[in-house]
Design a protein around this ligand. Structure first.
Ligand code: MN
Length: 752
């Protein structure tokens, strides 16, 4: 198409900074270039109109970083076109994504100026962010996540643009306040990166997780980044050595290809260190080799296997680590051949073989599928359709408890897949670890509800039987069967769990209603009212988290309501005489661990810390020096967690409004319990050396030391009281310097 010399109008941009105007135009032109091939007649005019509307709408706004606001929608539009591979409609929506919410422009305006499709997508985008911004309670947050998922099922472009928006916000998180950073980063790992993963956007998912880690675990992030930097030269040399013979051979065999080594993402290196309990130096697969082939559509599979065969002529493959995602692609559409081979110097090296088309799918996910579908229904596409259908099914169930649902759903998003066959030979994809009962629910809810067992490869197995890839499963049902509580202990798919929970809840509600009536009669008899004060009093006394649980316990006889005769009643209010005593009789087993004495070691922003009662969370045992945040609990006051606590993402993402900014004050008076795990070679003197460091050299207070040894290797746990992180690090360094000790790591919590 002919290029119009006419520049877009940004003449009345209120900021009289020529440099900024130039920068804005530069971004706009880059956006145009990224769309060039796909622009049809009239598209350019539409895009320019969207740009001008956005410029005008945001003309008085600046981002936290100080730059003109319009650079944000422009950046989002470029992510949408360049990194996700969407077309001009999505670029227009991205340009306009913040206009309806932040300015006078209405959806009607957009529908009139552009078209109803664009208005609908923007409506979807606006709905999501409206709810995010509400300073609401958990249910609203959770409901919002649900909405995000619903729009996904509706028009996937909404969520793709939302992901681009989120990615840009993560890239520019630097200029936000620290508690905002934590909240946004946690939301990202909690919902957005799993979604990106599920939609096959590996690059985006990976970048989101790395950025989130940078803010939630800054120290660990920096350490690994430094480690990668320090080892870069050696790695490059090794990769070149590895690749050289392959390059020659592949070329010789007439292939057109690219081959390169790619370092793993920081968060995935970190995951490996954590799950395998290894140090950075021990992560052997810091990189993977990627071969990307030019190939004809009908020769792709053959070519990839041919390359596999050539590579394994040079390097011996590990038989256990061959993954063929070409014959059976992953549920999110990913296709490739992965193998691990023995490289020079006895190192295992992962090699990924893909064609250019497969590579585009790996990077751009869902959007790339659309591009390649061209009228035909490819197997990948129908898989994505099946996933979206599944999502709609679950979401449309009105009984679903949203927070639970998201938890279960997230598990589904990340696990590996297995392939199961029906008796007729149809294939179903389930997450690894799925049981016969999960399979029954996957086929049909009623089949699951009535399932009493299954035949796996013609052999009778119980409901809880875990399936393996390739199993053929026939479900056996009985009309007398009903779901029971223990099913939840082995079900793993979100759909099945959601259905069973909804059924049980309904059942429990019916029973609890009897309990409520029984309690009401008792109250009447005692002339006490069924007020929320009285109900709360009983919930506290019997330690029941909800009214439903209280009523249920009464109904099934776990609570004897005759005990209420011993409660004191003032007016119509209850107070159990034992309650006050009971409180005092519950001493903290260990005050240093749970309840710091004077509350002066923490600064809680916006409050006078000496007035606030707080506890250190048991799940992560923070010590001074750790990055921490305060969390307002419903019954136990303020709890302090580490930002890298295993529960942090869930808390921050769901309960953002209950976060209190907190930081350690300098205080050397109080000690905190911290734990480290050590591994080393068994040596007679080692315990002696360790205790020397602890009590001799550093004069630390030790609470426990346990050592297990086995075949010359020992593993131990030490619990010591330290004042802060520096002291703990110093302690770890001292231990590390001892001969015979190979590894030291801080443990999240004491397991004593
Ligand atoms: Mn935005």
């Amino acid at each position: 198409m002919p290029t119009t010399p006419q520049e877009p109008l940004i003449a009345d941009y209120s900021i009289n900074d020529e440099e900024e105007k130039k920068a804005i135009l530069r971004e706009y032109r880059a956006l145009l270039r990224s769309l060039k091939e796909s622009l049809k007649k009239g598209d350019k005019t539409l895009l320019r109109r969207a740009f001008e509307i956005a410029v005008e709408a945001h003309k008085d706004m600046r981002r936290k970083s100080g730059e003109p606001y319009i650079l944000h929608p422009l950046a989002v539009a470029r992510i949408v076109t360049e990194e996700i591979g969407l077309g001009v409609t999505s670029a227009i929506c991205a340009l306009l994504h913040d206009t309806v919410e932040d300015t006078e422009i209405t959806l009607e305006d957009i529908s009139r100026d552009f078209n109803p499709y664009i208005a609908k997508i923007i409506d979807g985008l606006t709905k999501i962010s409206n709810v995010v911004d509400l300073k609401g309670d958990t249910t609203i947050q959770a409901e919002n996540f649900r909405k995000i998922l619903l729009t996904l099922a509706d028009d996937p472009r909404v969520i793709l643009i939302k992901l681009a928006d989120r990615l840009h916000n993560m890239r520019t998180l630097e200029s936000m306040k620290s508690e905002k950073q934590l909240k946004i980063a946690s939301e990202t790992t909690y919902i957005y990166s799993p979604l990106a993963h599920r939609l096959g956007l590996y690059e985006i998912k990976s970048e989101m997780e790395d950025l989130a880690m940078k803010y939630t675990q800054p120290d660990t992030y920096a350490e690994i980044a430094q480690g990668l930097k320090d080892t870069k030269r050696d790695r490059t040399r090794y990769i070149n050595e590895f690749i050289k013979p392959l390059k020659e051979d592949l070329t010789h065999n007439g292939f057109e290809f690219e081959i390169y080594g790619r370092p793993k993402a920081i968060h995935s290196i970190h995951n490996k260190m954590k799950t395998k309990h290894v140090t950075f130096d021990e992560v052997y697969d810091l990189f993977a080799i990627r071969v990307i082939l030019k190939s004809q559509p009908d020769r792709e599979k053959e070519d990839c296997w041919k390359v596999y065969s050539l590579i394994t002529n040079f390097y011996r493959p590990s038989t256990e680590r061959l993954r063929d995602w070409i014959s059976v692609p992953k549920g999110n559409g990913y296709e490739a051949l992965h193998t691990t081979v023995m490289g020079p110097g006895g190192r295992w090296v992962e090699v990924q073989i893909r064609t250019e088309r497969m590579n585009e799918i790996a990077e751009k996910g869902l959007a790339a599928h659309w591009k390649y579908k061209e009228g035909t229904t490819s197997p990948q596409e129908s898989k994505l359709d099946a996933f979206l259908q599944h999502l709609r099914d679950v979401l449309n169930n009105p009984d679903t408890d949203t927070i639970d649902f998201i938890q279960d759903f997230k598990l589904d998003l990340f696990t590996e897949e297995i392939y199961i066959y029906t008796p007729k030979g149809d294939m179903r994809v389930l997450p690894k670890g799925a049981t016969a009962l999960d399979f029954a629910f996957d086929i049909h809810t009623q089949l699951g509800m009535r399932c009493i067992g299954a035949k796996v490869n013609y052999r009778l197995v119980p409901l809880s039987h875990q399936l393996d890839s390739g199993d053929q499963v026939e479900v056996i049902t009985s009309s007398k069967q009903n779901p029971s509580e223990d099913w939840l202990s082995f079900l793993i798919t979100a759909k099945a769990k959601t259905r069973v929970k909804a059924y049980l809840k309904e059942d429990k509600r019916r029973i609890a209603e009897e309990g409520r009536l029984a309690l009401k009669r008792k109250f009447d008899h005692l002339r006490a009212s069924m007020s929320s004060h009285n109900i709360n009093e009983l919930m506290l006394y019997y330690k029941k988290p909800s009214q439903l649980d209280l009523f249920y316990a009464v109904a099934v006889g776990n609570i004897d309501i005759n005990e209420l005769d011993h409660f004191a009643i003032y007016g119509d209010k209850f107070q159990h005489p034992g309650r006050e005593e009971k409180k005092e009789k519950l001493p903290e087993e260990d005050h240093t661990k749970n309840k710091p004495a004077k509350g002066s070691e923490l600064i809680i922003f916006g409050e006078r810390s000496d007035k606030i009662l707080y506890k250190l969370a048991q799940c992560c045992q923070p010590i001074p020096g750790d990055n921490v945040f305060g969390f307002v609990t419903s019954g136990e006051g303020l709890k302090i967690h580490r930002t890298d606590c295993p529960n942090a993402a869930q808390l921050l993402a769901n309960y953002g409004h209950r976060i209190v900014k907190t930081k350690w004050a300098k205080n050397k008076e109080i000690s905190f319990l911290a734990g480290v795990r050590i591994i080393g070679m068994d040596d007679v003197g080692v315990i002696q050396k360790i205790t020397n460091v602890i009590s001799g050299e550093l004069k630390l207070n030790m609470r426990s030391l346990s050592i297990d040894s086995n075949d010359g290797i020992f593993e131990g746990t030490i619990m010591v009281y330290v004042h802060d992180r520096d002291e703990l690090n110093n302690f770890c360094n001292k231990l590390g310097a001892l001969e015979g000790i190979n590894k030291i790591e801080r443990i999240e919590k004491a397991e004593d």
